[in-house]
Design a protein around this ligand. Structure first.
Ligand code: XMP
Length: 507
């Protein structure tokens, strides 16, 4: 498989570069900026990209790649800080400039290769405080903006390019075309990264392992896809365990059991641990403590299962690529199978090796794999749900009563959004409940009931989120249904806080 390697110099957009390239079916991998020459050679990329980053090349201790990288015959593209690194390395000069942030107009001076097909001038997204004052002698300027005279430079003989703006950001017009020009035309990479080829390659790789695999499934898409891939490779040597902690959405435990039993021929065990979880959560209202208790209880039940039903050699997890990068445990170009212990708080004595078949994939890629593996469509489209479940949506102590209200009210929110065509437009939609109460009147009688909070947010990656401007009619319908159908509720409120400063979940 042809590869593009992206060296991460710390830009908030580094990941996006990989995502954009993968979107046109070329495999791209983010690696630390100081990757060794040996590791880089092992990866054998068709092209190298330097990401942007917050540093200045003239600062002491600025991040630098191994110097040999500039002498490789591999095509090189520097973006923002990466561009400045190229300027600096080949004898140009980078200086502090007036900060340029947001849209600029890029005028193309030479559109023969990197900037081919983008037009004569385009909107380009800038985010920098330094600029190339003097470009190296071996380079020419191929694009400029009003404030950056060397916004795009090229050394065609050596296939080295630098651009001050961010082609990976949607605000840059024809940014994808620029990445395509580099990856497909200049590097000559083949578009052979497809999810069909991923499934084939991964199944082949997993089929080589010995021993049995234990996979915890939550009913969410990641663990389901991980389990199905492993099942394709090793069949009955896989055991799936689903722990019903009583903190799931309404009837979700039955839906998950049904989904596994009816659709997939995997070894599947459901453990009913509702009472254990509720007992452990009794009297606890601190949000962090609730999270900790849920996490620990889950591990305890899981490890007990492993002890009784073992031996298992492997523990499978649905870890995704962003998790690997973010947790800093990226093992670079290692195979999909790696050995380490105590992952996710599992005790040392469990002594399982870890199998993470999705660790190279982004969420949208997992969705494609899921569809290849026959995961039902409604699961593909279901909103994300937090690991600690309703323990973080019920404010204060988790009681049966509040759980019941949260489940029923959330179902009403989901159903009404679905009916109004809003469900697929929003990131998450649910109802939360705490201990606050309000007086209501029902059939001339006073009633002192709970306040329910509706939370509906729009987001791209959950890092930031905005509350959904739902139509009043829809909100009114949801409110009426909740107060009519759930006896203990008198008030319904709508949460209009965005993230930041709020978070998506209340706890
Ligand atoms: P917050 O509340 O931090 O949530 O804005 C961001 C996203 O993460 C989900 N979330 C979790 N997911 N385990 C998970 O698997 C957790 O402990 C957890 N906490 C929050 C949340 O639903 C939202 O999509």
């Amino acid at each position: 498989m042809d590869k593009i390697v992206v060296l991460d110099f710390g830009s908030q957009y580094s990941h996006l570069i990989c995502r954009r390239i993968r979107e046109f079916s070329v495999y791209a991998e983010l690696v630390p900026y100081d990757i060794s020459l040996e590791k880089l050679r092992e990866l054998g990329p068709k092209g190298i990209i330097f990401s942007g980053g917050p540093s200045s090349v003239y600062a002491k201790d600025s991040p630098r790649p191994v110097p040999e990288i500039f002498r490789l015959k591999t095509p090189l593209l520097g973006i923002c800080y990466g561009h400045q690194l190229i300027v600096d390395n080949f004898g140009g000069k980078v200086k502090r400039a007036n900060k340029e942030y947001g849209h600029s107009v890029l005028t193309i001076d030479n559109g023969s290769d990197l900037l081919s097909g983008v037009g004569s001038s385009v909107r380009a997204w800038m985010s920098h405080g330094d600029e190339a004052e003097k470009i190296p002698n071996s380079f020419e300027i191929i694009g400029h903006t009003e404030r950056s005279h060397a916004a795009a430079i090229a050394n065609r003989q050596q296939s080295i390019f630098g651009i001050q703006f961010h082609p990976e950001v949607v605000h840059t017009e024809n940014g994808i075309q620029i990445l395509k020009n580099f990856v497909l035309n200049i590097c000559g990479a083949r578009q052979d990264w497809t999810m069909e080829s991923f499934v084939e390659k991964t199944v082949k790789e997993i089929s080589k392992i010995d021993g049995r695999v234990l996979c915890g499934v939550s009913g969410g898409i990641d663990s389901t896809v991980a389990a199905l891939l492993i099942h394709r490779a090793i069949g009955d040597r896989l055991g799936c365990v689903f722990v019903d902690n009583g903190l799931l959405r309404l009837n979700e435990e039955d839906e998950i059991k049904k989904m596994f039993e009816q659709n997939f021929a995997v070894n599947f065990t459901a453990i009913d641990a509702k009472k254990q979880f509720l007992d452990k959560l009794k009297g606890v209202s601190d949000p962090e403590l609730k999270r900790k208790i849920v996490g620990e209880e889950f591990v305890r039940i899981f490890t007990e299962f492993a002890k009784k039903n073992g031996p298992f050699r492997w523990l499978a997890q649905g870890t995704l690529y962003p998790d690997v990068i973010e947790s800093g445990v990226s093992k670079g170009p290692a195979a999909i199978i790696k050995t380490h212990h105590n992952v996710g708080g599992l005790p040392d004595w469990l002594d399982l090796e870890v199998l993470e078949p999705l660790k190279d994939l982004y969420k949208d890629e997992v969705r494609k794999v899921a569809s290849i593996l026959g995961v039902p469509r409604h699961l593909l489209l279901r909103h994300p749900f937090p690991g600690p479940g309703l323990a973080v949506r019920v404010i204060g102590e988790v009681t049966e009563k509040k759980l019941g209200i949260a489940k029923l009210a959330s179902r009403i929110v989901e159903d009404e959004l679905e009916a109004a065509g809003w469900y697929d437009k929003v990131w998450q939609a649910y109802a939360s409940v705490g201990d606050d109460k309000a007086v209501g009147v029902v059939g001339d009688e006073r009633k002192y009931g709970n306040i329910v909070m509706i939370r509906v947010v729009e987001s791209i990656d959950a890092m930031t989120a905005d509350w959904s401007r739902l139509p009043y009619e829809l909100l009114s319908k949801i409110s009426n249904r909740i107060t009519n159908e759930i006896e203990d509720v008198t008030w319904v409120s709508y949460v209009i806080s965005s993230k930041p400063p709020a978070t998506i979940e209340p706890q």
